[in-house]
Design a binder for this molecule. Structure first.
Ligand SMILES: [Zn+2]
Length: 244
């Protein structure tokens, strides 16, 4: 194994990966933690991921020992290791976009709203702090607005019917796909594992409306189902600082 190629950049990349994907239960640390950016990580697992990035090869837990050997290598690259029994499980970070002012959909619609929303996401990723990543990025409720599709049953809340959900999901997905563009996904890479998009749909009379939250999981994971939150009534202002 070519150990000499391992650099601090590989270790930082491993840390980013752990922030995105978490630490498998059996890979938690028992005696030591690597501390980085105010968070704790399991040294042995970090080293394995970092070596994999450096060499392209997978190192099995049984092929190297934790403790001193691992700690020395990480410390030699400038990382802080200390005795700790927390297990090295970093917070499952959630990043939230807070919009100062009215929801975009209050003053824009259609393509203009979509462009502004896309730019908010792009600006978010461009301003992203280095070496940090989050499991979820949450947009405000009603981040996007659109019209309810035709053909709905007219029932709502807990009386909703599955067929309505399929129609609403398709309508919402069309809008979300125009905002969460390949460009946005490119900029999201290694920063967030998933994005939730708050989207309100209403008809021309603006009643009733549904709030649909969409989650886009990162290339590694299949997309999650959208979710219709019951009993969301049109006209009810959603605090733009809150994720749905
Ligand atoms: Zn710890």
């Amino acid at each position: 194994m070519k150990q000499s190629v391992l650099s601090s950049a590989h270790v930082r990349a491993a840390i980013v990966e752990i922030q995105l994907d978490g630490v498998p239960k059996i890979r938690r640390s028992t005696k030591f933690c690597l501390q980085f950016g105010g968070r704790h990580f399991p040294p042995k697992y970090v080293l394995e991921l970092a070596l994999n990035k450096a060499t392209g090869k997978s190192l099995l837990p049984s092929e190297h020992s934790g403790g001193d050997e691992t700690n020395r290598r990480l410390a030699a690259l400038g990382f802080q290791i200390s005795e700790c029994v927390c297990g090295g499980i970093p917070d499952q970070a959630i990043a939230r976009i807070v919009i100062d002012g009215h929801p975009i959909g209050d003053f824009l619609s259609g393509e203009k709203m979509e462009k502004v929303a896309e730019n908010i996401l792009l600006d978010t990723f461009k301003a992203w702090p280095p070496d940090r990543s989050a499991r979820f990025l949450i947009t405000p409720g009603g981040f996007l607005k659109s019209e309810l599709p035709a053909g709905l049953s007219g029932r709502s809340g807990w009386n909703s019917v599955d067929e309505d959900f399929a129609l609403i999901q398709r309508a919402a997905e069309k809008v979300v796909r125009r905002v969460v563009t390949p460009n946005v996904l490119r900029h999201a890479r290694n920063k967030v594992a998933s994005i939730t998009i708050g989207i309100d749909l209403s008809d021309s009379a603006r009643t009733p409306a549904e709030l649909v939250a969409f989650t886009y999981f990162r290339w590694l994971h299949p997309p999650m189902d959208g979710q219709v939150l019951p009993d969301t009534v049109s006209g009810k202002r959603v605090d733009p600082g809150f994720g749905s």
